[in-house]
Ligand binder design. Sequence first.
Ligand code: AMP
Length: 188
Amino acid sequence: MNLIIFGPPGAGKGTQADFIVNKYNLHQLSTGQVLRNEIKNQTELGQEISSIINSGNLVSDNVVKKLVESFISDNKYKDRLIFDGYPRNLVQAKTLTELLQKYNQKIDLVLKLSVSLETIKKRISERRTLEKRADDSEEIAIKRYNTYEKSSEPVIEYYKKLNLLKVIDGERSIDQINNEISDIIGLI
Ligand code: AMP
C-alpha cells in the first residue's frame, strides 16, 4: 500500500504519518524533511535550496522529482511509502502517477487533513518552540499556508476524480484522527 497524507503545513501530517508508519510498517517520505537534511548536511543541493526553503517558497518540481524517484525505485520501499508534503501541485501529482507506474506501483489512498488557518497558526507557534525550524515564523507560516491554498485545489480535484480521496477533520484530537485513519485503511 502506498498512500499520500495531504494538508496545509501544521495540519498534523507528520504526527499522523508516524502513527501509520508504526501500525502498518510503512516508510514515511517527507520531502520537506529530506530537503532539510540536505541543508543540515551542507550538501551541494542543500546549499542551493536553503534560501528557497527558509523564505517559504517551493523548491523546483524537478529537484523534488529526482529525490522522490530515488525512494520509489528502491525495492525496500516498494508498495510501502507514505508521501508527506508531496505532491504539492498538479504537475507533481501527475509526475507521481508516472513515476509509480514506471516501477509498477500506484497510490491506494489519499488522506486529506482539513484544518483552519487559526489552528495552523497555533500549532506552528507550538512547533516553533519545540523544533526551531527556520521556516516556522508566523509570517513565513502564513505564506506557506497561502501557497498551499493556491496550489492544493487542483491536486485535491485530481485525486477526487480518481476516487482516492478521503477528507479527515484534522481539528480533533490525535487519537480520534488515528482511529478514523485506521478505519479507512481497514476498508481498502
Ligand atoms: P514541509 O516540511 O512539507 O512543510 O516542507 C518544508 C519546505 O520544503 C517547503 O516550504 C518547501 O520549501 C520545501 N518542499 C517540501 N516538499 C516540497 C515539494 N513537494 N515541492 C516543492 N518544495 C517542497
